[in-house]
Design a protein around this ligand. Structure first.
Ligand SMILES: [Zn+2]
Length: 319
């Protein structure tokens, strides 16, 4: 376990008041406007150590957010892991048995395997199956700028541009084992209009990350036309009012450590742009890792050691 070098500036909210909810599934609350419109859902704490989403949902619930059309569902997803969050050891509460954001494969959901996260995924699955627009709120291990992630389908690109917050939209996965929630079949399907987006709001415990989580949720609700414009304006932070057009980038690949001896040449935080192709950015044992093209963006570098670990994603600007 690497030592946590980032101060814990955020405070994990008490989510116990939201346990009962009104859906029959713990920590999930749905508000129904009674009129036609999309079913919009915002997820917090898919990873239990990523507390910014819980802060955003707590703020929305305390502000009595209500949909003006369709339905709005707010869910604390891996509440079991989140409730073990300890500011003295903030990395330890990511999950209980396994990564909740890798289990979204039908064979596993339908299978006989039993883990804490699979059990929770099975109880949440009927809710996700009814959702049209999903925002899954996450945060990152480094002080990277915030970014929105989608699979890259045209419907996702269109809706991400409507959300237009945070300032970067990253399309594609760059190799992961298992499936993330945004890759769960009903969302990752060109034959319907459902869209699931994943936002990375900044470093897990930085103060600005909590603000970015709420700002992103509000821009998502604005784009979905779920909540009144007055509510949005009242709750957006100054930095998120009238943001410039977001940049779109394609994730062209991921770098996996082949050895236990993978070292970046600089302490990259993420979102650095390397101007020239063939620039060495890391050494994996004796093998130099180079940028494959000019103007290559380094997304979410992972400084945790270990062979087989995804170290970063490489991205090319769209258009
Ligand atoms: Zn996460």
């Amino acid at each position: 376990m690497t030592e946590n070098i980032y101060p814990v500036e955020l405070t994990a909210p008490d989510i116990e008041p939201y346990r009962t909810g009104n859906t029959g599934v713990e920590f999930v609350t749905t508000f129904d406007s009674g009129t036609a419109g999309p079913h919009v859902m915002i997820n917090a704490v898919t990873h239990g150590n990523e507390i910014c989403g819980a802060i955003a949902l707590d703020a929305l619930l305390k502000a009595d957010v209500r949909p003006v059309q369709g339905k709005l569902t707010l869910g604390f997803i891996n509440h079991m892991a989140f409730q073990t969050f300890d500011p003295q050891a903030p990395d330890l509460s990511r999950f209980v048995d396994e990564d909740f954001n890798r289990v979204w494969v039908e064979e596993r959901l339908d299978g006989a395997e039993d883990t804490v996260e699979l059990r929770r995924a099975r109880e949440l699955r009927p809710i996700f199956d009814s959702v049209d627009l999903l925002l899954d709120i996450h945060s990152m291990g480094t002080n990277s700028g915030a970014l929105m992630i989608c699979n890259g389908l045209e419907k996702e690109r269109t809706f991400s541009r409507m959300v237009n917050f945070p300032a970067f939209i990253m399309c594609g996965s760059g190799h992961v084992v298992g499936k993330r929630l945004i890759e769960y079949t009903p969302f990752n399907d060109v034959n319907n209009n459902k869209v699931a987006l994943l936002v990375e709001c900044g470093q897990h415990w930085a103060a600005a990350t909590g603000i970015a989580a709420l700002d992103t949720a509000l821009h998502f609700l604005r784009a979905a036309k779920t909540v009144s414009p007055v509510f949005i304006e009242e709750h957006l932070s100054d930095v998120a009012t009238n943001p410039p057009a977001a940049q779109m980038w394609d994730v062209t690949g991921g770098v996996i450590a082949e050895t236990d001896d993978f070292e970046f040449v600089k302490p990259f935080a993420g979102m650095e742009i390397i101007e020239t192709a063939e620039t060495v950015i890391a050494n994996d044992g004796d093998t130099p890792i180079v940028t494959p093209y000019d103007h290559c963006l380094l997304m979410m570098p992972n400084h945790k050691p270990g062979k087989g670990m995804r170290k970063l994603r490489l991205c090319r600007r769209v258009g």
